[in-house]
Ligand binder design. Structure first.
Ligand SMILES: Nc1ncnc2c1ncn2[C@@H]1O[C@H](COP(=O)(O)OP(=O)(O)OP(=O)(O)O)[C@@H](O)[C@H]1O
Ligand SMILES: [Mg+2]
Length: 140
């Protein structure tokens, strides 16, 4: 069980907390595959050039930083770490990766970078729980 772990991170402390738990889980069950996903929003072409290119470059740089921070927190694992960057809404991206990669568990934070106070579960977490093809571990 849980041979293929899918972790999703958005640069928040919540997601890094989830990363620690996902890594502990992977070590405990001796996981065969560990995948980390970062999703970023579609950049509208009406921005025009060169603004569109600046926006794309900024997104790539930010996503790389988010991924690097997560990899650092994850630490040593019994398996390889795969990384995926997707331009899509976060929940759709995460569910699509879980489907195509046949993930056994999705690990996410209860909240993310969103600032809406009082939410127990962010909208990404809610959508993932509603539509995931596998068990979901929401870390608080
Ligand atoms: N862009 C993303 N890429 C990868 N994982 C994400 C992304 N956004 C959210 N997640 C995952 O989902 C978890 C919950 O984030 P969510 O977006 O639901 O909360 P929020 O940002 O507080 O709320 P909202 O986005 O609804 O304002 C995060 O801790 C992270 O694990
Ligand atoms: Mg969010």
């Amino acid at each position: 069980m849980f041979e293929k772990v899918l972790l999703a991170v958005d640069g928040s402390e919540h997601a890094l907390h989830a990363a620690r738990t996902a890594a502990d889980l992977a070590r405990t069950v001796n996981a065969k595959e560990f995948r980390i996903v970062v999703a970023y929003d579609f950049i509208p072409p009406y921005l025009g050039e060169p603004n569109m290119q600046y926006a794309i470059d900024a997104r790539i740089e930010e996503s790389n930083k988010i991924m690097e921070a997560a990899i650092k927190v994850v630490g040593d694992l019994p398996c390889e770490i795969h990384t995926e960057f997707l331009e899509a809404s976060p929940a759709e991206a995460i569910i699509s990766v879980a489907n195509t990669r046949h993930s056994d568990v999705i690990v996410i934070g209860s909240r993310g970078v969103g600032t809406l106070a009082g939410l127990l579960l962010g909208s990404t977490s809610q959508k993932i729980v509603a539509h995931a093809p596998c068990p979901v571990l929401i870390v608080r």
